[in-house]
Design a protein around this ligand. Sequence first.
Ligand code: HXC
Length: 257
Amino acid sequence: MTFKTIEIERHGRAALIRLNRPEALNALNSELIAELDSALSDFESDPEIGCVVLTGSEKAFAAGADIKEMRDKNFAEALLENFLGRWDTVARARKPIIAAVSGFALGGGCELAMMCDFILASESAQFGQPEIKLGVMPGAGGTQRLTRAVGKAKAMDLCLTGRMMDAQEAERAGLVARVLPAAELLPEAIKTSQRIAAMSAPAVLSVKEAVNRAFETSLAEGVRFERRAFHALFATHDQKEGMAAFIEKRPPQFQNR
Ligand code: HXC
């Protein structure tokens, strides 16, 4: 399938989606979101793909929702067309998605990165929720995911002032998993994605589901959920294979079953 606003690559069992609207710093218009939804849905149902990397350009992961497309929208239109409804595909994906962020990740761009499972950032990355400067506020999870990631003080600071936070500050605050030199960002993201995709897929999906459960439930319920998911993995071929391989001092041959 060919796309206009994104590019797709396959690196073995890892897929790469590159946001590609350089003329608008990858501003997220409805066409781009529709293409992202479509590409991601394809990868979700493709058994050859185990993990996805979402990236932008060196200058911008994404500078936000497309302001030129949004400016004339009114309330009824936004409500009736379910504006932002299609953004949920990223957050709902069952396979892991790594955000590889260089340059600006602002507004909807920062929210998109936060919908991914973790963020690898280049030293040039800049994160922010500048919607307040446009007379609005975050609308794709910014006030919620940022607060869970960095805590109330920094989330309030960023959302109320619209200031940007650099990669080092974002890593210290817990928004970013790792900061890498610009040239290493994409190779490392792809390598990390391949490493995850080489694990047993039932274990990978279960880990993702269990970690995300931590945001939705009490500790006792979360721990109960985790234990049952752990028990369930003993029904897989890959549990027998993984443990046998360890004992026999050889690499495991997972079959995703
Ligand atoms: C539409 C955008 C855009 C955006 C940049 N561009 N951001 N177009 N929507 N969000 C366009 C510019 O208009 C310009 O087009 C071209 O990209 C290059 O941008 P410049 O501003 O010339 O680049 P620079 O001087 O380097 O400044 C970079 C920047 C600035 C600091 C990132 O572009 C900026 O502040 N952008 C807006 C950031 C923002 O407010 N994001 C939140 C959007 S609201 P032309 O045609 O002039 O060359 C949002 C709501 C989320 O995300 C709610 C739910 C999703």
